[in-house]
Structures are given as C-alpha cells and as structure tokens.
Design a protein around this ligand. Structure first.
Ligand code: FES
Length: 65
C-alpha cells in the first residue's frame, strides 16, 4: 500500500525505515523521502511510526532472549 503518493513510498518501506531506527516523521523523510512533498501523508506517517514502534517494543523482550 502506498502511504506517500508524492514520493511513491509504501507502508513496507516506512516500516523498514522505522525498524532501522527512524524515530520521527522528519527522519522518515530524510531516509526515504516520505512526507517531503505536499505533507498530506504526515498524519499517516506518524500513526505508522507509533504503531511500528509499539510493535517493536513488544518484540524487544523476545529479541533479547
Ligand atoms: S503524499 Fe506524502 S508528501 Fe505528499
């Protein structure tokens, strides 16, 4: 699913960028370009960032075993 139409960035790319350490919408933009055009997708990027961070936080204890 494309989240950022201006830069044609998919939800998978955004999830990968967050997994690689992006911690803000601005940082997502720096890494993959999402949100750097019209800005209409920034709300979706923020929601995706939070959801992915929550998921990663839940997975963290499993990864440390
Ligand atoms: S839709 Fe993402 S910057 Fe325009």
């Amino acid at each position: 699913m494309i989240v950022c139409l201006c830069e044609a960035v998919s939800h998978r790319t955004i999830d990968d960028v967050v997994c690689d350490g992006a911690e803000s919408v601005r940082e997502i933009g720096r890494r993959c370009g999402a949100g750097t055009g019209c800005g209409m997708c920034k709300v979706d990027l923020k929601a995706r960032l939070r959801a992915q961070q929550d998921r990663l936080a839940q997975d963290e204890p499993l990864l440390s075993k």
